[in-house]
Design a protein around this ligand. Structure first.
Ligand code: FES
Length: 141
């Protein structure tokens, strides 16, 4: 029996959509990497903004152990955001260090594919000062 998959759409800084299929149970960071999608943006900014974090060359700097914020994604629809499990305190602490934090930000490695979020759209908060997508509520640090 084939593993069930859901549709996930990544939206990059140019508004370009990348549609992928993600097996149930897989985290979004891993799924992005399997599809050659970089969530990490400009590492330079992460380096400046995520103090105390030693960034490795490879992506998902901490390998999903909630010790970085390089896998930051923005859930584009509140409806979907609300279907996700609540972030843990550890995730919230790391999100606080993330660049371009919004009210619907999550760490990609903590977002696990499940049927309820089929069709979820995730913006990749590329490290640009110009990042602006209508409807996102920036969260003050
Ligand atoms: Fe480090 Fe997600 S890869 S917190």
């Amino acid at each position: 029996e084939e593993t069930e998959k859901i549709n996930v759409v990544f939206v990059d800084k140019d508004g370009e959509e990348i549609h992928i299929k993600v097996p149930i149970g897989m985290n979004i960071l891993e799924a992005a990497h399997e599809n050659d999608i970089e969530l990490e943006g400009t590492l330079f900014f992460h380096f400046i903004l995520s103090f105390g974090l030693f960034l490795s060359k490879y992506s998902g700097a901490c390998e999903c152990s909630l010790a970085c914020s390089t896998c930051h994604v923005i859930v584009m629809d509140t409806e979907y955001y609300n279907k996700l499990e609540e972030p843990t305190d550890e995730e919230n602490d790391m999100l606080d260090l993330a660049f371009a934090l919004t009210e619907t930000s999550r760490l990609g490695c903590q977002v696990i594919a499940k049927p309820e979020i089929d069709g979820i759209r995730l913006a990749i908060p590329s490290a640009t000062r110009n990042f602006a997508v209508d409807g996102f509520v920036p969260k003050p640090h």
